[in-house]
Design a binder for this molecule. Sequence first.
Ligand code: LLP
Length: 482
Amino acid sequence: MPEAENLSSHAELPSGVDLEPVGLLADPHPEEAAHPGAGPVPLGILPDGATVGGQGQLLVAGVDVSQLVAVVGTPVFVYDEEHLRRRCKEAVAAWGSGVAYASKAFLCQAMARLAYEEGMMIDVSTEGELHVAVSAGVPPSRLVVHGNNKSEAELARAVQLGVGRIVVDSFDEIARLEILASAAPRRPQVMVRVTPGIEAHTHEYVMTGQDDSKFGFGLASGAAKRAVARLARPGSPVELIGVHAHIGSQIFSVESFAKATAVMAGFVGELMQGTDAGGLIREICMGGGLGVAYVEGEESLSIAEWAKVVREAASAAGVPRHVTLTAEPGRAIVASGALTAYKVGTIKEIPGVRTYVSVDGGMSDNPRPVLYGSGYEAFLARCVRSARPRTVTVVGKHCESGDVIVKDAQVPEDLSVGDVLVTPVTGAYGHSMASNYNKVPRPAVVFVRDGLARVVVRRETVEDLLALEDPEAPAISFQATA
Ligand code: LLP
């Protein structure tokens, strides 16, 4: 076990490893940090279990990342298992056992099992996510089923399995669900997804709470109230238990969460005073959306602080005590728990213009910069604490100029071909949004813990790329039989 220094204030390390609190390491070369980002990578954004080895190299949970990639290859997503478990525990402590992990952020069987073991429900929004969770051994009663266009097959499977909650999203869905539920042995428990008319301060593509949204039932139009009335009517084949709102993702503004909570509390108050349905409401889910720090200078709320904001707003708005407040975070559970390790393949310097550093992945394993203009940090696995005075643009291997991973990244002066370049905070919406663009196989996913690494999702191979193909497929006739 190499000697290592702790990068995080609450990392647990294997015995025999020296600890040094993050504050002491935060800026060891202040004179080199002449402009923002030129200093070492901000250590607080790395996984809790990240440490610096005796040669200055990156370890995660005691696993030397350079040694790991020598065995498993690059690109690879490296998840700190203990970090993930800690975030799940934090979510359960803050919100209670009804809190769900939004699996769209990152899902594989190992992750579903981990979140379940740590006491979270799992939010699934397609049959695919549901299938992965169920096949991982998550009991259906611990699943929350989402989706703005659940197919009949998806609803049928959810009803047949007896999932914990179905969050209904449209009148068309209610009609489908009522037919399926009438034939079911148990009444499915449902929540109504409400669009509260709140514009969260985040990227337009991940904003969901505004009136003009494909999701849910609008409050302003009265649709939410009509949906509640229909689901709560006597003889309904489903059991209405609550209301739900998700205003968007990567939200840093406390006010947006407080405002949305107040609006939902007002809606529930209105139902309780004016309708019989009000008596059925025993849960308000405020969705996910908690923002996470990706780059130097960003600061996020903890899960506990987020819950406190929502609780205070709810109690200020008079939500009765018997109504449970809950949530479904995705990003806040997994984002900073992982990093991606790439291999540098080519470096192209255009004097006076820009230096392009190409790595062996790109927009196929991290489409977020292209889609949302998201920023990331970059550093080298062999020298975590090196200053990063050189400005380069880290790009992928895809046939598009837009295939940028980090625009104007600060990197160490001596970055060279063959180096292992790391982008932290890639645990959410990286692997889950990965594609095979340019027929690039998707990276492996490795969970590390106590100095051990497990490949929980193997790297795709070029043979996998052919798995669905059938160039000799027999023809099927669709000619009209007039
Ligand atoms: N609940 C619902 C109903 C959602 O639609 C989402 C995310 C969540 C919970 C979890 O939100 P989180 O806590 O992760 O912010 N691909 C984008 C993010 C899309 C979020 C989609 N819905 C990105 O990479 O930033």
